[in-house]
Design a protein around this ligand. Structure first.
Ligand SMILES: [Zn+2]
Length: 559
């Protein structure tokens, strides 16, 4: 059967972007399928700069001449400056150069024929609209849940990501479910494509932008926020998802009001220089107390994870009297936001941002090709590369073996090397220094309502799998006693998909922490990452019940 999906190869590219700058195809989704018009306008804008003749323009002329000479003589041409690797497939770049020149010639003829040369006509207006719209919007974006049943289907679906740049929220697996976000302009084709292949699907969300607007209630007013801070001493509520600044205020509040119980430790700085903070809870009642580590928000868009970590922090500190049993015998290390840059970016620019925001240093061939395609390479936007590393693929244990990407433009980019990121380095150094003390490593994510245990990188189970399953089952039973929320327990390859370089695998495999779990919190996809703020408290309560159960077990087994 032929592939009937019509995603224009011209525009089916992942478009690198950065805040405050609008690359061609600003309206494109993470899938990077920019509207044709946007690309055209962007190309024309480069042509205008061509007229000014910057030094880079001259360079492009030289290179273009080189292309012509190459074609005439079939001799080898110089490699692209700054990256000898790019020369490996110079042919592709030449194709892009010709595409560009074609556009330039078309444009020149357009100008001569009395077209829009000054950028003040319709195209100019469109360009202004593209530039003005800095945040990524998701109007009429849908989320489909797919259920592929054969290996062929899975392979087919993978091409949607690899070749067409669509973004899976969970990758396709045989006889499993997989959530795919799609921009409105491919919706019709994609449905046809799935129906042709008999791949079952349901629509989870029809308009992501509408859901985004509903998720997080705004504070009533600046005044009420101030009042809250004066009354309570901090601005945090459990009625909405707060910005990182509020979270830091809360940590400082705890550290200064209950200093005998809570110490706030700065363990490093993020790639954008935000402080990475851990709350260390210790009542000092037990000498050499075993410890439990909890982190939330390794992935920016999973907002319920930081809010749950903060909820648990509150229970263990402000509600110490109720929870003495698990505080007096145990030290707790809680890092509510492990990826503050990604978290902030998901609030301010792109709601579905997953990675951190580090600038990927080494440009790859694909980046050059991409830039050449849009003319950027020749015109000086050389800072324009895909940003961010998936902080749950960057840990130094079976790094990048499976379920991780080598491309900086992909959401699961593993980084250039293990622990390339300041966030994972800070966390792993801190944990490693206390690896004898820490008896359980717990990482909070969302969504899918699962308790995952190692290994992620292989289908083989760890030797003490039964112990981990036993404690895991007890934890889930406790969780379900509150609201009956269904949870699955198992390894990532058995329940979801294989992953490598993840924090839970590292905690067990390298730091030697026996009880290492990843909790995929609410929900199962009805709201997905856009879980309503009204579920912060129930999610916090049930997760705390599960974690208390794990904690009690740790106390019993580590004596
Ligand atoms: Zn996650």
């Amino acid at each position: 059967m032929t592939n009937r999906i019509v995603i224009d190869a011209e525009t089916g590219w992942n478009t690198p972007r950065k805040p405050g700058h609008s690359p061609p195809g600003e309206d494109a989704g993470p899938g990077g399928l920019p509207p044709k018009e946007s690309v055209a306008v962007a190309e024309f804008s480069h042509v205008r700069r061509f007229v000014v003749m910057t030094p880079r323009a001259l360079l492009s002329l030289v290179l273009a001449s080189c292309v012509l000479v190459l074609l005439a003589s079939s001799s080898s041409c110089a490699s692209l400056p700054g990256d000898s690797g790019a020369a490996r497939d110079v042919g592709g770049v030449f194709t892009a150069v010709f595409t560009w020149f074609e556009a330039a010639v078309e444009y020149m003829f357009g100008m001569i024929a009395g077209g829009d040369g000054g950028g003040k006509g319709a195209k100019g207006k469109r360009r202004a609209a593209i530039t003005k719209n800095r945040g990524r919007t998701y109007t009429n974006y849908q989320v489909l849940r797919l259920r592929p049943t054969t290996d062929e289907d899975v392979q087919e679906l993978k091409t949607l990501e690899d070749e067409h740049g669509l973004e899976f929220w969970s990758p396709p697996v045989k006889n499993g479910t997989s959530d795919l976000m799609i921009p409105p302009d491919v919706s019709e084709y994609l449905r046809e494509y799935l129906q042709d292949r008999d791949i079952e699907f349901t629509v989870l969300t029809n308009d992501l932008e509408a859901e985004i607007k509903k998720q997080n209630p705004k504070p009533k007013s600046k005044y009420s926020e101030k009042l809250l801070k004066t009354d309570k001493g901090h601005p945090l509520t459990w009625a909405r998802f707060h910005r990182y600044k509020d979270i830091l205020d809360y940590l400082d509040y705890l550290g200064s009001t209950i200093p005998d119980l809570v110490k706030i430790v700065t363990i490093g700085k993020s790639s954008e220089n935000r402080p990475l903070k851990v709350a260390h809870i210790s009542s000092g009642k037990r000498k050499d107390a075993p410890a439990i580590w909890i982190d939330g928000g390794i992935h920016g868009r999973e907002w319920v994870a930081p809010s749950t970590a903060l909820f648990i922090l509150k229970q263990l500190t402000e509600n110490y009297n109720t929870n003495k049993a698990v505080v007096d015998g145990i030290d707790w290390f809680i890092m509510p936001v492990a990826n503050p840059d990604g978290y902030e970016y998901s609030h301010s620019v792109d709601r579905f941002w997953r990675k951190n925001r580090s600038k990927n240093p080494a440009k790859r061939y694909e980046d050059y090709y991409d830039e050449a395609r849009y003319g950027r390479f020749f015109w000086g936007d050389d800072a324009e590369t895909c940003q961010g590393v998936d902080l749950n693929r960057n840990w130094d244990f079976h790094w990048k073996e499976i379920g991780a990407s080598s491309s900086p433009c992909k959401p699961t980019f593993a980084g250039d090397r293990p622990f390339s990121e300041p966030e994972t380095r800070a966390m792993s150094d801190f944990i490693m220094d206390r690896s004898d003390q820490i008896k359980a490593y717990l990482s909070l994510h969302s969504y899918s309502q699962m308790l995952l245990l190692p290994w992620g990188y292989t289908k083989q189970n760890p030797k003490d799998y039964d112990d981990l399953m036993y404690v895991g089952r007890k934890a889930v039973e406790a969780l379900q006693r509150l609201y009956g929320t269904p949870y699955k327990i198992g390894t990532s390859p058995s329940l979801l998909y294989p992953t490598s370089g993840s924090s839970d695998d590292w905690a067990k495999g390298k730091a030697g922490i026996k009880y290492s779990y990843t909790l995929e919190l609410r929900d199962k996809g009805t709201h997905g990452f856009l879980l309503p703020a009204s579920q912060i408290v129930p999610t916090g309560r049930e997760t705390f019940a599960a974690i208390k159960t794990i904690a009690k077990h740790v106390v019993n087994t580590s004596d």
